[in-house]
Design a protein around this ligand. Structure first.
Ligand code: IMP
Length: 176
């Protein structure tokens, strides 16, 4: 198997910080006068969630879901499994799914349909990163931090085989 290494920085921590603040302002305006439940998709979105929730000024609650992802590969299997479900009910609540990245869209489509069946008052999606070129199903985020090209990225919570999550920048992973 070819060795992976961090090839270059795609988004600096300063660029990310600026964009997350502006997403927080936009979301706060859109949900003015309401309470919001942020549904964080583990583990990749944890860093994004922790910055985003502090940039939102309406009252927020948080809960977590874990779904199966790529494991040690960089290609989606297309099979989505819930590994950890929400602790709380979302019935009649305003919910915002917090994702790290949308690639094929398979994970999010499954998640969206699953959560809609629980009858939330509303359900929207915020993603830090979007790779639209890779989309295989019809799903779009309501809020998006950055559109990026078709490259495998790590850092700011995103991993390859559980490595690189703690890098402060979003970086492109290369092969030796
Ligand atoms: P999708 O179902 O193909 O949209 O994949 C979504 C999930 O795959 C994300 O939540 C990530 O966990 C993972 N993923 C997709 N692209 C990347 C990437 O470039 N780096 C790290 N993880 C990724």
């Amino acid at each position: 198997m070819p060795e992976k290494y961090v090839e270059r920085v795609l988004l600096t921590k300063e660029e990310i910080q600026k964009r997350v603040i502006s997403l927080g302002q936009q979301i706060s305006n859109d949900y003015a006068g309401k309470e919001l439940l942020l549904i964080c998709v583990l583990k990749g979105a944890v860093v994004f969630l922790s910055d985003l929730m502090r940039a939102i000024t309406v009252p927020v609650f948080i809960d977590f879901m874990a779904v199966s992802s790529y494991g040690a590969a960089t290609e989606s299997s297309g099979i989505v499994r819930i590994l950890k479900d929400l602790d709380c009910s979302i019935d009649n609540r305003h919910c915002l799914i917090v994702e790290d990245i949308i690639d094929t869209g398979l994970t999010l489509l499954y998640l969206k349909e699953n959560l809609l069946s629980r009858k939330p008052a509303s359900l929207k999606i915020v993603t830090l990163l979007d790779k639209p070129d890779r989309r295989r199903v019809d799903i779009e985020p309501d809020y998006c931090g950055f559109r990026i090209p078709d490259e495998f990225v790590v850092g700011y919570g995103l991993d390859f085989n559980e490595c690189y999550r703690s890098l402060p920048d979003v970086c492109v992973l290369g092969e030796k």
